[in-house]
Structure formats: C-alpha cells, structure tokens
Design a protein around this ligand. Structure first.
Ligand SMILES: [Zn+2]
Length: 505
C-alpha cells in the first residue's frame, strides 16, 4: 500500500529535532491516513532524507533510512525486482536487434561520450579519489561521535546528522540573511547581463512595447557589440498558478541561416512574487539558477548554424548542461559579484568573510556526495551494460548491485548509493537510462573551462568571444569534443573537477 512510501512514528519524542512545522506536517500526514495521534514521514525520491540531518534519535534515523532503501524490494505488491529484470532483458534485446552489444552502447552511440567504455573510464577515474575522500570524511565524523559520552560506530543513517553539525560549526552561512544583497533586478542587470556584456559585448534593451504571453514576462532585444541584432531574450521570473514548477530555458524561435531566423529564447524561474511595491529579494540558490538558465539562453542566442535542427541547445544530453554550468562561474567572480551583490538599503557589498565561507563550503562533504552519485551512475551503466544472455542470467537484484559497486570500489556501507536499483526512477522509468553519468561528464568540461577562463584573464572579451565562436555558436552542427578541443587546445582534463570537489591528491 501507500505506506511503502512513508514511515509511521508513535510519538513526537521519536521525531525530536524536527521543527514545529515539520512535526505538524507529520501529524497531518498521519491524520490523512486515519492514524490520528501518530506521525507519518513521507519518503523522498532518493536514498537520503532531509530529516536525517536533524533527527536526534538514532533509532528514528535508522528506521527512516531503512524504509527508504528497501523501497521496491519488500516482497509485496510494490516489489519492483521482477519488472526491473524484465526491463533490463528487453532493453538488451532491443539493443541486439539494432546491432548493438548492449543498451548502454546503443544509448551512448548518440552522445558525446560515444561508448560505454568512455563512460566507464571516466567513472572509474573519479571513483577512487571520491571513495578515499569519503573515508576521510567518515573518519572525521567518527571522531566527533567518539567524543560523545556514548560512542558507537558511525552508520549510514548517522552521516547527515553529524555532517550538519560540522557544517554549522565551520561553514555556517545564513542563506536567508543574504537576501538583501540579491535584489532580482540588480542581479539580472548588474550581474547576469553585466557578465554577458563583459564577455561577449552584447547589450540588452528592454522592449515593453513588444507583447509577451503574460504581463509579467519581460522582453529584451539583444544586440551584438557592432550594433547588429542578435535576437530576443524573454525573462519570466515569477511563479503563477498556471505555470509549471522549476526553472528552465526554452526556444520560441531557433536560429537558422536556412530560414533566415534569429533566436527568441525564454528563461523561466519560479520566484514568489512580492507584494506590490516591494522588491524581489532572491536566495543564493535562485541567483545560481538565474546564471545557470542564462547560460542556456546564451547557447540559444549565439547559434550560427544553417539548419535549425542543430541550433544552440540542440546538442547531446551529456553536453547540454555544460554551457549553463560554465555561466555559473561568474556568480562569485569578484568583478561580477561586486557589481550586483549590493545591499538593498545600504549599497554595501557582500562581506568578505561571507564570500570566503561560500567559497570554502564548495568542497565540503564532496567525498560523500560524489561517491553516492558515482555509485548510482555506475549501477545505471552496469544494468544497461549487459548483453541478452547476461541479462537473462540475473536472478538476484541485490547481489547484482553489490557486485557492481564492489567492482568500482564504491561498496562502503556507510555511503549508500543515491538510488538503489529498485527505486532508481531516473533510469528505469525516466528518460535517463544509461545516461545518469551525463551530469558529471558535462561537469568535467565545465570545471576544465572554468580553469581556462581563470588562466586567461577571466572576464574578458577575448575569452568570451573564443568560447562563443568555438563552442556556443556551433551548437550541434559539429562533433562536440572537436568543438571543445578547438576552444581548449586539448581534450578535457578531469583534474580541475577533482580540485573543485576537494578530491585532488
Ligand atoms: Zn540546465
């Protein structure tokens, strides 16, 4: 039943550490299920749960994580193990019919990576330093536990709780308190647009006379440095009842020399609209989203291709996040930050110690975070790397999973995979089969590009134009790794990513 996705607690004591709001939500969840007087915590998509960082009772943490990890494998009507093996068999059969060795080979043949071997090589290169770093983080957390009156061996359900104590002590930045420095208009004009003008020479002119699809949507005409027209940028910041959640970019018109069209692109966010006359103050996450989505917008705007099929963001899935990730590098870049991050009342810049903490926290807990991600990416490759015969021979899902994780050295029981196979919806019911590696694949390119900009003067027209001409403009019309070599002068190196995540030796 639905209780597979929830854990029932008998008393508020068991949920000590939750906020009053979280506790009353759990009470309401219980009442909704006819369990008045008790408390129901619903599970999230991934293995971990946000409450694991605050629940003070070990037994409650243990029950929550155990319930999360056993989803889809409890021997009841919601057991996914047979259907999972069937999906794997059918995908292997389809790949064979299409002339591929396995499903991963079929999928990656149409990606930047090109082959499962290339994907596996990257994941293996990252796994060893990530696992080593996770072990070091584990040792530090164990030392905290050992300093307590009643020591115990740290387990997976304790990780988030003790990590949160370290975060509070070492990296605490009150993210809500930062909002007065992030006024939306200033972030857009003096941050996002300022960085783009500095790099690419493009300018933005608001056109309130041009009607958009909703009164809240703003239209900007974008011009090149020489004054020629580039396209239109639409900015749709606020949440509405009728608007899809999340943040995304889309193209209304794609550039094409064949059709003689210029780009019209939209950035959507879902920021709550303030009361009339009040400023929109963003969180740091929302600022990050603005820069990120604008990286996609630039990819669309800068397209210079003949066929619209190849314009801008029409690139492989494991390449499409690369330009948007790169654009995030300017958020904390000193010239950009001092331009947009000004206190709404005083005009003061963000205090230097806050900036230092934001930088310092980037590598925090990355041994764990990288390991749990890589473990899931490896499971995806393992399930989709079997041929028809091998797929038919899998009888025990848990054993297959354990063997795969041992194979790559990510079988630390204290650092579980972000998704176990039986609830890995991304790759078994979503569209990411054999493609969960994409996030880190594009981040390798991103970190390597960030290093190039840092070594080549940072925020300059020369650097921006080179990135625009050789990577962004060609869209999907050229082999992406060839475009990357054109820009970087060599293939991507994983070293900058290791440094960023604190995994360097
Ligand atoms: Zn994106």
């Amino acid at each position: 039943g639905p209780n597979d996705l929830a854990v029932v607690f008998d008393s508020a004591d068991e949920l000590d550490g939750l906020t009053d709001g979280e506790l009353s939500a759990a009470a309401q969840n219980a009442a909704d299920r006819g369990l008045e007087g008790r408390y129901v915590v619903t599970l999230t998509l991934f293995t971990g749960h946000p409450y694991l960082s605050s629940l003070t009772r070990r037994e409650s943490r243990r029950r929550l994580l155990a319930a999360s990890r056993s989803r889809g494998s409890r021997g009841n009507a919601n057991d996914n193990r047979d259907v999972l093996r069937q999906i794997v068999r059918l995908r292997a059969q389809r790949a064979a019919l299409l002339g591929y060795e396995n499903h991963a080979a079929y999928v990656t043949s149409d990606e930047t990576a090109g082959s499962p071997e290339a994907v596996r090589a990257l994941l293996r290169q990252l796994a060893a330093p990530a696992a080593a770093n996770a072990r070091a983080e584990q040792a530090a957390l164990q030392a905290m536990v050992d300093a307590e009156p009643e020591s115990f061996p740290l387990e997976a359900h304790d990780w988030a709780f003790y990590t949160e104590r370290v975060r509070e002590a070492e990296y605490a930045v009150d993210r809500t308190a930062l909002r007065p420095w992030f006024e939306a208009e200033r972030v857009l004009v003096d941050g996002v647009f300022f960085a783009a003008t500095s790099l690419y020479g493009i300018t933005f002119t608001e056109r309130p006379d041009l009607p958009a699809y909703h009164p809240d949507v703003r239209v900007f005409e974008v011009h090149n440095a020489d004054g020629s027209a580039l396209g239109l940028f639409l900015f749709d910041l606020y949440t509405r009842d009728t608007k899809r959640g999340g943040a995304w970019m889309n193209s209304i018109v794609t550039q094409s020399h064949l059709r003689g069209t210029r780009s019209i692109v939209v950035n959507n966010l879902n920021v709550p609209k303030p009361a009339a006359g009040k400023p929109t103050l963003l969180t740091l996450d929302e600022v990050t989203t603005m820069f990120h989505e604008f990286g996609h917008a630039l990819h669309g705007l800068f397209a210079t291709v003949t066929f619209p099929h190849f314009a801008g963001t029409a690139v492989f899935r494991d390449f499409v996040e690369f330009p948007s990730q790169v654009n995030e590098m300017w958020i904390l870049w000193p010239e950009v930050l001092s331009s947009y991050a000004r206190h709404i009342d005083t005009g003061e810049p963000l205090p230097a110690d806050v900036v230092a903490r934001l930088h310092a926290s980037e590598a925090f807990n990355q041994g764990f975070a990288t390991s749990e991600y890589l473990a899931a990416a490896w499971l995806d490759q393992a399930w989709h790397g079997v041929n028809v015969e091998e797929a038919g021979a899998v009888t025990d899902v848990a054993a297959f999973e354990a063997a795969a994780l041992a194979d790559i050295g990510l079988h630390n029981p204290v650092v579980p995979t972000r998704y176990s196979s039986t609830y890995f919806a991304h790759v078994f019911s979503g569209g990411y089969s054999a493609g969960y590696y994409s996030y880190i694949w594009s981040e390798v390119l991103d970190a390597d590009t960030v290093e190039w900009f840092a070594e080549n003067g940072g925020l300059t027209r020369a650097g921006g134009d080179r990135f625009r001409d050789r990577v962004l403009g060609v869209g999907g019309s050229k082999d992406p790794l060839e475009a990357y070599r054109d820009f970087r002068g060599r293939d991507a190196d994983i070293a900058p990513l290791l440094v960023r995540r604190g995994l360097g030796s």
